[in-house]
Design a binder for this molecule. Structure first.
Ligand code: AMP
Ligand code: MG
Length: 295
């Protein structure tokens, strides 16, 4: 049996599968099975009121999961398949386990060919948050997923993630579209389709201040050279997170690598990347807030 057929068999039996997407690797389960979705939360140690995004193979499939609108149609045409999640009023059959009890549901059609094959072969929605223990750095390779969940989890290896950061989340359930989380699609590209995006009235559950965090403390600065000199002068060992081209795509892998070095402090420069800086700086801020937590 090939890997996709094996994965489908596991999913149909209510099990979990590591799924590559262009953003980060997901921990996928049948979105129509309450038991399977609860397994995701148990495996990740994720609070039950954090909604999970439902992944689908096409916009046509997505229309059965949420109340479609002209804005949803326009965004789907522009950015699906791709790193955009839309939050819509949920359809009647959508489980509370998926939405965290909210009246809305997050939907996405991923662009990764392996994710697409899996979704098409499964023939339904897959609930999938990032495949990492809650609060830790998201996985951007199959090895990251295996390191977290061990050999018992079936992981489809789709290579390193091309985007490397989570999807942009646009809430279309209110009177005006709002950006709940910056991500793989830049704000100005979204605004070119639906006009100015409002701020979320309340932060999306699960977008915590401290998130995506390495164990080593992380310092975010506009002056890496100055900070490193200052820290080294007082005898602290530091490692610098590389910026520049490919910053977003490599960010999580670099955070993981540097976290293993055993230095006193990680230092990261705020991004000025035209397209990805909002998402990169959002993740760096959260990583800096939650870093250095020893369990
Ligand atoms: P991820 O951690 O990438 O799986 O993304 C899950 C995040 O998507 C959640 O923590 C929320 O921030 C957001 N999300 C998913 N569904 C909804 C929803 N119905 N309403 C608001 N935010 C949502
Ligand atoms: Mg996550």
């Amino acid at each position: 049996m090939d890997h996709i057929a094996q994965a489908v068999q596991i999913l149909r039996a209510g099990g979990l599968v590591g799924m590559p997407t262009e953003t980060v690797y997901g921990l996928a389960a049948d979105a129509c099975s309450p038991l399977a979705v609860r397994r995701i939360f148990a495996a990740k140690g994720r609070p039950a009121d954090h909604p999970v995004i439902v992944h689908l193979d096409s916009a046509a499939s997505a229309q059965a999961w949420g109340r479609w609108s002209a804005a949803a149609q326009a965004l789907a045409e522009a950015f699906w398949p791709g790193p955009l999640t839309m939050v819509l009023p949920r359809a009647g059959h959508v489980l509370d386990e998926v939405t965290g009890g909210l009246p809305t549901v997050g939907l996405r059609v991923p662009a990764h060919p392996v994710a697409h094959q899996l979704l098409a072969a499964f023939g339904g929605g897959l609930a999938a948050p990032s495949a990492n223990p809650f609060g830790t750095v998201s996985p951007t390779s199959a090895a990251h997923v295996r390191a977290a969940f061990g050999a018992d989890l079936k992981v489809l290896d789709g290579g390193p993630c091309a985007v490397g950061l989570e999807s942009s989340i646009v809430d279309l359930s209110g009177p005006t579209p709002a950006l709940l989380r910056p991500g793989g699609v830049p704000r100005r590209a979204l605004e070119a389709i639906v006009g100015p995006l409002g701020q979320a009235a309340t932060p999306a559950p699960g977008t915590l201040k401290a998130h995506y965090a390495p164990r080593t403390s992380l310092l975010l600065t506009d002056d890496v050279v100055g900070e490193v000199a200052r820290l080294e002068a007082v005898g602290r060992s530091v490692a610098v997170l590389p910026a520049g081209p490919g910053h977003a795509q490599r960010l999580y892998a670099e955070l993981r690598r540097l976290d293993e070095l055993g230095v006193d402090l990680l230092v990261a420069e705020r991004s000025d990347d035209l397209d990805m800086r909002e998402a990169i700086n959002d993740r760096l801020r959260r990583a800096a807030t939650g870093s250095g937590v020893t369990e």
